[in-house]
Design a protein around this ligand. Structure first.
Ligand SMILES: [Zn+2]
Length: 255
């Protein structure tokens, strides 16, 4: 792939970037760091019933895309799930009222996944690296919710094709803020990781995941078909070193 294409991918949005990267030369380079049995065991730690879950994202569509199948499992297991959308998501496509559109898309997607608590922090897009006061906001949320599992973007080993500055900043900030939960049983499940140690079988939740991603209509630059094929291919790619058909992978880490 040319340098021009590489530079382009991070700004077309995660859904398009992911779909494209799977059709290009293995841009994700994801490799399980454990054997299959351990990865499945770790995946089951994430799926504990009746637990408190906090899923944090820079941009609305990233959650359905990376953890939609897992969130659906957790909702079915009676977990108490909160989604935090950090940015106002004003940038990306040329639409007026983009913030409101993406907020409404996220609410629809969360409904598909049976998540009721969806919050928006409305911080500016692409400026997170400059925002110093987000850490206390995140700490307050963490202390209020006291989650068992936090989902956040992997800042240490992100997918090359999706190394958006907001993704990396948010992952870093969540990791830093999570120090307030030291000495609790809380763990962070980093998503979009090149070096995952956990896998969740999403064969029974894949269709709902696809439906949730499609709720983000403003982000489907290349249409629903490519998006759907991209998601199926990604789920297959994620499970490729296991006996599972479709998976979502995480780097699970104690605080
Ligand atoms: Zn994103």
């Amino acid at each position: 792939m040319s340098k021009k294409h590489r530079a382009y991918i991070p700004i077309v949005g995660s859904i398009a970037a992911l779909s494209l990267s799977l059709y290009m030369k293995d841009l994700l380079k994801m490799q399980l760091t454990t054997d299959e049995k351990t990865a499945i065991y770790n995946g089951n730690i994430i799926l504990q019933p009746n637990s408190k879950i906090l899923a944090i994202t820079a941009h609305p569509e990233d959650l359905a895309l990376f953890i939609g199948g897992t969130l659906k499992h957790l909702a079915k297991r009676n977990c108490d799930i909160t989604i935090i959308n950090v940015t106002n998501s004003k940038k990306g496509v040329d639409l007026t009222n983009l913030t409101q559109i993406r907020q409404s898309e996220q609410t629809k997607a969360a409904n598909r996944l049976e998540v009721k608590d969806v919050r928006f922090l409305h911080l500016p897009d692409l400026h997170l690296t400059k925002i110093k006061d987000i850490e206390p906001i995140l700490k307050n949320i963490l202390l209020d919710i006291k989650p068992d599992i936090i989902f956040a973007f992997d800042f240490l080993y992100p997918f090359k094709a999706l190394k958006h500055p907001d993704h990396v900043s948010i992952g870093q900030m969540v990791h830093k803020a999570s120090s307030v939960l030291k000495n609790t049983k809380c763990q962070i499940a980093f998503y979009a990781s090149c070096k995952p140690n956990s896998i969740v079988d999403i064969v029974t939740t894949l269709e709902e995941k696809i439906a949730a991603v499609k709720c983000h209509q403003s982000q489907l630059r290349f249409g629903e078909d490519l998006c759907e094929r991209g998601i199926r291919r990604f789920a297959k790619y994620s499970a490729r070193h296991t006996l599972l058909h479709y998976g979502e992978t995480f780097r699970l880490k104690k605080i």
